[in-house]
Design a protein around this ligand. Structure first.
Ligand code: AMP
Ligand code: GLY
Length: 420
């Protein structure tokens, strides 16, 4: 079959790498892709947030199956138009993508589904929001309602920080995403990610992971899109996975179906685990980046079969074949990220690294220029390895990262510390 993947990050490189291992894939196009993806598949320039442009591209290229990587095309309704045009597609509709695109929408669904999550209140004006903060005190969490590229959340340890966040959001720091603000109870505990496929009716768990959101070692520094991840996450015991399915995910799916907007695609539940119980922090309606790199390395070729079963509504017959393995990914980012950074530095040493089914350098913000790979983004590479133990995976990933010659880049040295 002819397959199109939308996106250009490390997540999409990992998806492409897994899909290509499956003999069902005859031709793979990734739009827009990056320099690493270009080494294994065809890359095409395409405005992936323009539904009609994507539909036209799929018709012209006889595409049989479309996998949507990032949230923006989902929120733009790309899946709706593709489905209306009769294409088979992996990803939720615009209405179902609200689970990520609107914090207050998700909170309403949680309330209706009686899913455990932080207590919350919605505000459209600054003064009542500040009064709420004074009344409840810190720590407290302030969130812009809409999509803000992962930056619209302020976990405030004091009232002043929370109040300042209210001013920033209503002053337009996040554009229309901050027109509404949700204030939440602060939850303590350990965070973990749980990935399930949903076809509107059936739910199939496909893995757990833990991300490292802060820029620097020791979980210090500013929040990023994620500096490394590993799978599985030991904190997600079988009992906690079952509780999450029974109390959070399945009731959410039932509520979405009841509203006439069933969810189909991958649901990424961000959870806070405390005293053996999971509470929902947030949903994402796509694979995590860099969690996807670790998950794809563990799933390999079967990832395509699972995504097809999901899109065709037959997850009840699908099964995940688990190897008893571990995968870990270390993100190399440009110095300065997540703040300001220079673009265009040259990365050397990549061609000497072996790429196998248990070790890969996935590319994110890279371009090929004059025979060199250059860095064009904040997060640039995701060095990923698989092993019989987490320690083995980590040692292998760091051995590879150490061979990359890129003075303008940096990476955390402690990915996996919590589990090790
Ligand atoms: P979100 O974009 O909703 O995932 O929030 C980003 C990060 O903020 C999460 O990964 C958590 O680390 C933190 N966070 C969000 N909501 C809460 C909460 N209610 N209590 C504690 N931490 C939170
Ligand atoms: N790594 C977190 C995310 O993809 O949202």
């Amino acid at each position: 079959m002819n397959i199109l993947i939308l996106g250009s990050g490390g997540r999409e490189h990992a998806l492409a790498w897994a899909v290509l291992q499956n003999p069902k894939c005859d031709r793979l196009i990734v739009a827009p892709g990056n320099a690493g993806i270009d080494q294994i598949a065809e890359c095409a320039s395409l405005d992936v947030e323009n539904p009609s442009a994507v539909c036209e591209f799929c018709s012209e290229n006889s595409i049989d199956f479309i996998i949507v990587g990032p949230e923006a095309p989902l929120a733009a309704g790309v899946v709706d138009m593709l489905k209306d045009a009769g294409f088979l597609v992996f990803g939720p509709t615009q209405a179902a993508a609200q689970l990520e695109a609107s914090k207050s929408f998700t909170k309403e669904i949680c309330d209706a589904a009686k899913a455990p999550t932080a207590a919350w209140t919605r505000f459209t004006e600054a003064d009542p929001a500040k009064a709420h903060i004074r009344q409840h005190g810190a720590p407290i969490v302030v969130k812009a309602d809409g999509l803000a590229a992962g930056k619209g959340v302020v976990v405030a340890m004091d009232e002043e920080t929370a109040t300042r966040a209210i001013d920033d959001m209503f002053d337009g720091a996040f554009g229309s995403a901050g027109a509404e603000v949700v204030i939440e109870e602060f939850m303590g505990g350990e965070e973990a990610s749980f990935f399930v496929l949903c076809d509107g009716t059936n739910v199939l768990p496909i893995g757990t992971a833990q991300d490292h959101k802060r820029a620097f070692d020791g979980d210090d520094g500013p929040n990023t899109g994620g500096m490394g991840a590993y799978s599985p996450a030991p904190v997600m015991t079988p009992a906690i996975q079952q509780q999450t399915l029974d109390q959070i995910i399945k009731p959410t799916m039932d509520e979405m179906a009841r509203r006439g907007t069933p969810f189909a695609g991958v649901l990424f539940a961000g959870l806070m685990i405390e005293d053996g119980q999971a509470r929902l922090v947030e949903y994402n309606v796509r694979f995590g980046d860099p969690e996807c790199q670790a998950l794809m390395m563990r799933l390999g070729a079967q990832a395509l079969d699972l995504m097809l079963a999901c899109a065709e509504g037959r997850l009840d017959q699908a099964k995940v074949n688990w190897a008893n393995d571990h995968a870990l990914t270390v993100v190399l980012a440009t110095r300065g990220y997540p703040g300001v950074y220079e673009k265009g530095s040259v990365i050397n040493g990549l061609d000497t690294l072996p790429e196998t089914s248990s070790q890969m350098v996935f590319h994110a913000g890279t371009t090929a220029k004059g025979g060199h790979i250059t860095a064009t983004g904040g997060r640039v590479l995701a060095v990923t390895a698989r092993g019989a133990s987490l320690k083995e995976a980590r040692d292998q990933a760091y051995a590879m990262a150490g061979q990359i010659d890129w003075p303008e880049g940096f990476f955390r040295k402690d990915i996996g510390w919590r589990a090790l």
